[in-house]
Design a protein around this ligand. Structure first.
Ligand code: SF4
Length: 439
């Protein structure tokens, strides 16, 4: 979501005549796109904002903007105003479209903005009714992730998981019109993008806030799948309580939708799931996994798992470990619970950090061994891979993903980026697969 929103910021700036700095050049404007999902992300953002104070001293004309979900938290815009008075612009997640106006205002009234009391920061106001902000369809986007294009389908979240700050900083769910989403996907395909990723905090809620019952995620996927062209579709993130049989069936019978699903489980214990307000049980989740594998035996399933939630006991953690052994995810994004101010879980008694650390190490070791075993099963098979980028330190090698989402490194050149290849896997190293020669 942040990459997608940064592309919007780049689009606005390019339209205003700015361009990205080359190495060694000094910027005229620096925009920090922040995230507050975890404490470390927030502290890093504040640290980086602190670092540019010296730059501003050296060049008082430098414009510094802080955007994203961090300033949407209660009191943070005020803190920025008081502790970082050299920041010129602060915008919340749903105010990004105002960036152009705010920059113009700063440029016009340089003398006024030096008085910190004159600054007015634009973050959405919690005292107003939900969804009062119109969807921004006009902001240009400068895409930077070719051959992948991010397409947002729904904003915000209604779920209020007890550990999560997102509903407080990104407001309630607001779906885009289906026609707008389809037009954007068609345009991306026409422009040569080969992978479309539909985005939302909970894509399965798409359309719940639109009166017309035919506007739902399964129907959106069907319509996207009808678009002609050689391209793939992925989507994230899916909430297990909302993943319907219809969506599974559309995925299984589609031409373009990858057999790949990120389905965050968070915990394997029903007690912890209840305390997290996830509104599904371990049994329901396992039933979904069974349905997905029955409909798509080749599906690659990944997940998010949080350890150290305040009420998680050793027994609860072992239930998570058992679930991981049972599901056998291709990969798992594991996190230590990080208290977020203003959420119910932050007020609960916390688990010592050393306990959380020991648990996550056990979990990572387990998942790594499963990932390695699954990787070995790929050896000798031929898979269709979309070449996405040069492979970093491997000279003459490129990388891409199988339909199931596995990363493959194989021989290739810059001009292969954006093309599909049939690749025989010859070697597996943990999460990465390798091919010495294209088929
Ligand atoms: S579904 Fe839960 S974890 Fe995901 S964004 Fe919404 S509140 Fe946060």
């Amino acid at each position: 979501m942040n990459v997608h929103e940064s592309e919007k910021v780049a689009g606005i700036l390019e339209e205003m005549g700015y361009r990205a700095c080359l190495e060694g050049e000094k910027a005229d404007i620096i925009v920090f796109n922040t995230c507050c999902i975890r404490d470390t992300a927030e502290r890093r953002a504040l640290g980086n904002i602190g670092v540019v104070k010296a730059e501003k001293k050296e060049n008082p004309n430098l414009i510094i903007a802080v955007i994203g979900c961090m300033p949407q938290q209660e009191g943070v815009a005020e803190t920025l105003k008081n502790r970082y008075p050299y920041v010129d612009i602060v915008l919340g997640t749903r105010n990004i479209a105002m960036l152009k106006d705010e920059i113009e205002k700063v440029l016009k009234s340089r003398s006024n903005i030096k008085k910190k009391s004159d600054k007015k920061y634009r973050c959405f106001d919690r005292s107003l009714p939900d969804n009062y902000l119109d969807i921004d369809e006009a902001t240009p986007q400068s895409r930077t992730s070719y051959p992948n294009a991010w397409v947002n389908i729904i904003y915000g979240c209604n779920n209020f998981c007890t550990y999560c700050i997102v509903p407080y900083v990104r407001a309630r769910e607001l779906s885009r019109e289906m026609s707008s989403v389809l037009d954007e996907v068609k345009k991306c395909v026409e422009d040569g993008y080969k992978e479309i990723t539909l985005l939302g905090q909970n894509v399965n809620s798409y359309g719940n806030d639109i009166v017309d019952d035919s506007v739902n995620f399964a129907n959106l996927l069907k319509k996207v799948d009808e678009i002609e062209g050689d391209f793939r579709v992925r989507f994230m993130t899916s909430h297990p309580k909302d993943l319907s049989d219809e969506v599974i069936s559309v995925m299984a019978n589609s031409r373009h939708i990858c057999h790949n699903l990120h389905l965050p489980v968070q915990a394997g214990s029903n007690k912890v799931l209840r305390d997290m307000n996830r509104r599904y049980t371990r049994e329901h989740y396992l039933e979904l996994i069974a349905k997905l594998r029955k409909a798509m035996p080749d599906i690659g399933i990944t997940t998010d798992i949080m350890v150290g939630f305040p009420t998680e006991t050793e027994e609860d953690f072992e239930e998570t470990m058992d679930l991981v052994r049972e599901v056998r995810y291709s990969n798992a994004f594991t996190f230590i619970y990080s208290p977020r101010k203003g959420t119910p879980a932050a007020k609960m008694e916390q688990i010592p950090y050393a306990v959380k650390q020991a648990r996550i190490e056990k979990l990572i070791a387990l998942q790594n061994s499963i990932t390695k075993e699954i990787s070995n099963d790929y050896i000798g098979g031929v898979y269709r891979v979309l070449c996405e980028d040069m492979a970093g330190k491997h000279n003459g090698m490129v990388c891409g993903r199988t339909e199931s989402g596995r990363l493959v490194t194989f021989p290739g050149e810059n001009e292969d980026i954006g093309k599909f290849f049939d690749i025989e896997i010859t070697e597996a190293r943990s999460a990465s697969l390798f091919c010495k020669k294209k088929v």
